[in-house]
Write a protein that binds this ligand. Sequence first.
Ligand code: HEM
Length: 327
Amino acid sequence: MANTNRLSSTSVMMAVAMMVVTAAAWGDTGELSTEYYYMQGCPMAEMIVRDVMGDAIMKDPTLAASILRLHFHDCFVQGCDASLLLDSTPGHKAEKDAPPNRTLRGFKVIDAIKEALEEQCPSMVSCADILALAARDAVVMAGGPYYDVPTGRKDGFRSDAADTAALPAATLNASALIDVFVKQRDFSVGEMVALSGGHTLGVAHCANFKNRLSNFDSANQVDPSLEPSLAASLSRTCGRGGDGATAPLDMTSEAFDTAYFSGLQVNRGLLTSDQTLADSPETAMFVNMFAEDPDMFFYTFQQGMLKMGQLDLKEQGDVRKSCRVLN
Ligand code: HEM
């Protein structure tokens, strides 16, 4: 899939020129830096990621959602250290095989990016950085905001299925989400709502929202906060396809836009954890603001992504040669 030879000579010249300009401005700015790979002697790193991502998303636009979700699921479990990408080994179940991760997709795209990078810059670009850069590219390619991603993350050594208990469940209400995002990880409430806006892309399986369709209460009613015609259509989808059937998380599931928030305003959120944001006083004002103001959504989302991309970074770590196995 990866064909780095296609990078044009103009791209190469631009990268080298940028290296010269940014090297002069570069200083010791802490653990991560937007010039990290220029300084390491791999100025093409970000372009190689973008190139492979472009190919993948051209073939299958739904992968943008899946790649964005990979970065979230990596960072919330043991920090952004590519622990999510390690394969299980005999007798040891890794994160990716735990129940909340079984519907993740896009691992092969990450493999293709890693292979292309290993050709050009062996043992230099961490898998954790690949996830952060690929997630940003996914957002941009779906029509969302561009933001600079500081790099220099290290890959971790541990991946244990049990650690995925740290991921928020789809049944959480706003105050439980605030515990997970704000109290435990120091996001602002606005950033939490904007990050939930990642659900402007992609789909969910019936297993994750069927709790709202029937047996919602003792009278077997549908969740009253689910708009009735959507409830009826979802019931048909899940009735026919069972837990493995899917429904879009918003009306425009391949476009990074504000439709997720305008959907919440009219009770068309798919997951309990989505709709609760419009129904709870702590979060509703952000839903309304982002529905009306795409710039504010984009800005707050990128602030949230930058913070998420720096959760619990490893000081001691590695750069894996293959993202699936330890060196
Ligand atoms: C607020 C807490 C969150 C919960 C409870 C949650 C839960 C879920 C669930 C249950 C799914 C559907 C999985 C399936 O059925 O296959 C999903 C999909 C998705 N999530 Fe989240 N999520 C949350 C936050 C986030 C964040 C912060 C992001 C990224 C910024 C994100 C990005 C995505 C994307 C893009 C998909 C669609 C994936 C695809 O179509 O392949 N989610 N999420």
